[in-house]
Design a protein. Structure first.
Lengths: 639, 341
């Protein structure tokens, strides 16, 4: 008896997918998205389905949920769900009518799903309570008040600060993290046998990601539930998964326990994928190995390049005490009372010629605002941004006419989203030539030559010049974005999260490309990112921002190995490492959020109105510690 | 919320003043006025006798005063030849062309205009919503193609032509009298059940004619809006909860797709009045449209000014209604201030 029970625990699979193939009928014919896939999700375990975009992992989740689009057909195989609670008999989901009553009865009840984007997954017009409670009303025989009660209970379980109030809150009143908690509550409310988490933390900041991962683990053990975690992030896999399934082009490449796969990856694809992930353990000179490396051909561009006249190591950009406030309009007919949000609070940054300064912070920390201020894409309220044109630092606010055009040539931007940053109605040739036209550089034939050499610079074929952006993948588009930024021979590139929308393998490719370009063209970078591992890989120095202030700045090694500021420490401890030996310390996750300046311990505590002065606590390592400054000032007067 | 409504209504007052000034300014833009034109015409034909009377009228209606004074007298904020006697005092002015007070000229047409417009808007909404929803949910089906085809025909056919055809057909099939908003025998008769029925019967053709293009445009827009919403993530979320397709459609994407239409109510009303002028002329409808047309042609300024102002008031009321409805239906608008704090 005892033996049988133990055996049952080991063997019962809540979900078993066998030989599943899914085809899409498109205008070009049949496309196989999932090809003969077999795996299982055992009871109470977490299985990670890992793959890049387009690998078919989302199609598998749609198949399990019965949410495949009409053009998709399950050609073979079966998807069997056996509910350990015994509420329903084992059923082959693939054989059910997707819109039929039986499938609807399963959906949101026995299997449920959390999506990637908490911002768009909830209806903006309905309260959280309404949307979560809906699932109970559909599947449990309960009335409105009871559903409300259950919803409130569920919101408490997912650690909403004030569950009763949250019932009547609208999604737009909540932060991204709270919305994702609401999504989890919605998925869990009927106590499903299987939860599918489709990239549940990709759109979130690292500290919130850690909290959500912790929450999923806790709720899983509390409700005895199996989880199918779909992700491309090996950090998440290492921290969450018991078993891992690696999928590529609709086929399973490798399958096994997390222990097996991380310690002894067998398939080349998995090895390559693991090598492409930046981690904190890498040596300074160690390079990522992208799956498809790019060879940079910079010779054409080096010729006739106006070199930056600033000596390496000298300040190229000096941001002095800049402050930016955004006014919030308050409703009132004749009253003009305005409240302000301080996006930048006396920010000081120096970017030295030839270096890459990483600017790290969570969303809303002001890092993009700082980048915009440097670009002079936005007026600042106080302070100055100075740029060294080779004849000393000059305030860019004073630039006009030709001087401003010259500045625009020297400073260029690489955008975050490669999909929306290229005009879909312009060919790649037009995209690359446009900056030259605006600045009136070269004859048409010189411009055409330039476009060709820019393409080969970023490893793209010059034949692609006549194509439109839609025919390129995300990584290729980002390379086109980089080529466009380089068209004018800039000295200084602002990279605003250039890899956050890309797959890990492509991310490695782009990061290496940026490194090579910096070396070959003597560029200087400001690299804005929320991903500490990426910044650690590419940046020479790191500046950490929180709530519009720079809280810590110093050499990359120094910041990563010896973070002094509590916020930096919290940020670093929240990054999931793709390594089983350094798991996230969920227990130590700060409940009362480390991003609240007023609750930082002394001497770091920062009240509103106090200037966030940076103190050199270690050589070349500055930390925002107003308390310490006071102490030193006192010492000064005593002496 | 009450404060919001109050604030909005309060805000309408300065808006109305600005609109009235602009209206007056535009109407006064052409050189001369009704009387000077008449005088010129009489002088050229050699008749001197009536000129004295017209000169008297000019004084009587303060047309000899400077522009700003004329404006203020018109709205009743300045003493004219008879003291304060303008729009604010409820005097709508004098129509030179009809030689009657404006109130008497437009009085009988106003309720009919409002009624006709209301019927048309109702027609547009009642017809376009089910069709739009059907077209969006069954995109590229035969039904969708059929309605699309019909819609384009509706958009492409000139309204007056459609009006004439329908009038002919209704006359042949149902013996409905041609033109007007009631059978000839009821004109200038007191209201009775038969007269009301006659008006209703005569409303059908103008409603269809004026509403067709609006309906066609609305179907296309609802279809496009709804198609955008149908593929949004929150719809999938709803489906993943196990909602039935019908429930899902009404609760989530349709609610979202409604916003542009509610926001549009304010614009619909003036376009119905000014857009149906030609149709009204062709169908001989006793609405404000034809009156406005002739008033503009003959520079009958108080008449045209009043009608334009009336349309503007209708617009403002429409805007108010759509804003209030939006606030009720969309929490983002209602609570937008709360979220940003």
């Amino acid at each position: 008896m005892h033996y049988a029970e133990a055996g049952r625990d080991d063997n019962v699979n809540v979900l078993s997918v066998e030989g599943l193939s899914v085809d899409f009928h498109t205008a070009e014919g049949k496309v196989r998205a999932v090809d003969d896939v077999t795996f299982a999700v055992p009871e109470n375990k977490t299985v990670a389905l890992v793959g890049e975009s387009g690998s078919g992992k989302t199609v598998i989740s749609q198949t399990i949920m019965g949410l495949l689009p009409p053009s998709a057909v399950i050609s073979s195989g079966q998807v069997v769900l056996s509910d350990p609670s015994g509420e329903i008999d084992p059923v082959d989901i693939g054989s059910l009518d997707r819109k039929g009553a039986r499938m609807r009865q399963l959906r949101g009840n026995r299997v449920s799903i959390i999506f990637q984007e908490p911002m768009t997954s909830l209806s903006p017009l309905h309260t959280i309570g309404d949307q979560i409670g809906e699932a109970v009303l559909l599947h449990r025989n309960v009335g409105g008040p009871e559903a409300r009660e259950l919803t409130q209970e569920m919101l408490r379980l997912v650690r909403f600060p004030d569950p009763k109030r949250a019932l009547d809150a609208y999604p737009f009143e909540l932060s991204g993290g709270l919305r994702q908690r609401a999504m989890i509550a919605m998925a869990m409310i009927c106590h499903p046998a299987l939860l599918i988490a489709d990239e549940p933390t990709t759109a979130l900041d690292v500290t919130i990601q850690a909290e959500i991962l912790k929450l999923i683990k806790e709720v899983q053990s509390e409700l005895k539930m199996s989880v199918l975690m779909i992700t491309h992030d090996f950090g998440v896999v290492a921290n969450m998964a018991d078993e891992v399934v690696v999928i590529y082009h609709g086929r399973i490449m490798e399958r096994g326990t997390a222990q097996q796969l991380f310690s002894n990856p067998k398939h080349d694809y998995l090895k390559a994928l693991l090598n492409a992930v930046p981690s904190f353990h890498m040596d300074k000179d160690e390079r990522l190995a992208p799956i498809r490396p790019i060879e940079v051909k910079a010779d054409d561009l080096k010729q006739g390049r106006t070199e930056c006249k600033v000596a390496p190591g000298e300040p190229l950009v000096d941001v002095k005490n800049i402050t930016k406030r955004f006014g919030l309009r308050k409703s009132g007919l004749f009253s003009s009372s305005k409240s302000f949000v301080t996006a930048l609070d006396q920010v000081n940054l120096t970017i030295r010629r030839g270096e890459c300064l990483g600017l790290v912070g969570e969303s809303g920390s002001g890092k993009t605002t700082a980048a915009k201020a440097i670009l002079r894409a936005m007026e600042i309220d106080e302070g100055a941004v100075c740029y060294n044109h080779g004849d000393g630092l000059r305030d860019i606010a004073d630039l006009t006419g030709d001087d401003l055009m010259d500045y625009r040539r020297r400073v260029q931007l690489i955008f975050q989203d490669p999909f929306s940053s290229l005009n879909p109605r312009m060919t790649i040739n037009d995209v690359l030539i446009e900056p030259l036209e605006i600045h009136g550089i070269g004859t048409p034939s010189e411009r055409a030559d330039r476009a060709r050499s820019l393409m080969s610079l970023v490893g793209l074929d010059a034949r692609f010049l006549r194509r439109y952006p839609h025919s390129f993948s995300g990584g290729q588009r980002q390379r086109i974005g980089i080529a466009r930024a380089l068209a004018l021979n800039p000295e200084f590139l602002l990279c605003d999260e250039p890899t956050s929308a890309l797959d890990v393998s492509v991310q490695a490719q782009i990061l290496n490309l940026l490194q090579d370009l910096k070396r070959d063209l003597n560029l200087t970078y400001l690299f804005v990112s929320h991903n500490l591992a990426v910044v650690d890989y590419i940046a020479d120095r790191i500046a950490v921002m929180c709530r519009g202030r720079v809280v810590e700045i110093g050499e990359t090694r120094e910041i990563v190995s010896n973070p002094l500021h509590p916020y930096t420490q919290a940020l670093l401890s929240a990054v999931p490492e793709p390594d089983l030996n350094t798991p996230l310390d969920f227990a130590a996750l700060d409940e009362n959020r480390a991003s609240e300046p007023a609750s930082w311990p002394e001497p770091f505590r920062l009240e509103a109105g106090v200037a966030p002065t940076l103190i050199e606590m270690e050589p070349e390592h500055f930390v925002c510690a107003p308390g310490l400054q006071e102490a030193r000032a006192l010492e000064g007067t005593a002496a | 919320m009450l404060f919001y409504i109050f604030r909005r209504i309060l805000l309408m007052i300065p808006t109305l003043f600005v609109i009235s000034f602009l209206t007056f300014f535009i109407i006064e833009l052409p050189a001369g006025d009704y009387i000077t034109n008449q005088i010129a015409a009489l002088k050229s034909s050699g008749e001197q006798s009536s000129v004295a009377k017209l000169e008297f009228l000019r004084k009587e209606f303060a047309l000899d005063r400077p522009f700003f004074e004329r404006y203020l007298i018109w709205i009743g904020a300045w003493p004219g030849p008879h003291g304060f006697d303008g729009l604010l005092q409820g005097n709508w002015g004098w129509s030179f062309e009809f030689d009657k007070p404006v109130a008497e000229v437009v009085g009988p047409t106003l309720p009919l205009t409002v009624f006709l417009n209301f019927a048309t808007i109702l027609f547009v909404y009642v017809l376009s919503f089910p069709i739009g929803i059907y077209s969006a949910t069954r995109q590229y089906s035969w039904g969708d193609y059929g309605f699309t085809f019909l819609g384009y025909i509706g958009l492409a056919t000139p309204n007056f032509l459609l009006g004439l055809i329908l009038l002919y057909l209704f006359n042949r099939w149902f013996g409905l009298s041609v033109g007007g908003l009631m059978a000839p025998e009821y004109i200038d008769q007191p209201w009775s059940v038969d007269k009301a029925l006659s008006v209703l019967a005569h409303l059908i053709v103008p409603t269809i004619v004026i509403g067709t293009s609006g309906t066609a445009a609305m179907i296309r827009r609802l279809r496009a809006n709804l198609l955008d919403e149908l593929h949004k993530q929150y719809v999938t979320t709803g489906r993943a909860k196990g909602l039935r397709e019908g429930q899902l459609l009404v609760k989530y994407p349709l609610r979202m797709a409604l916003n542009p239409f509610i926001a549009d109510i304010g614009n619909l009303i003036p376009s119905m009045v000014s857009g149906s002028v030609i149709v009204s002329v062709v169908l001989n409808l006793p609405t404000v449209g034809p009156v406005l047309l002739s008033a503009l042609q003959s520079q009958d300024q108080f008449l045209s000014g009043f009608i334009l102002l009336f349309v503007a008031i209708l617009t403002l009321i429409g805007m108010l209604i759509s804003d209030l409805l939006l606030a009720v239906l969309d929490p983002r608008i209602r609570l937008g201030g709360r979220a940003s704090q």
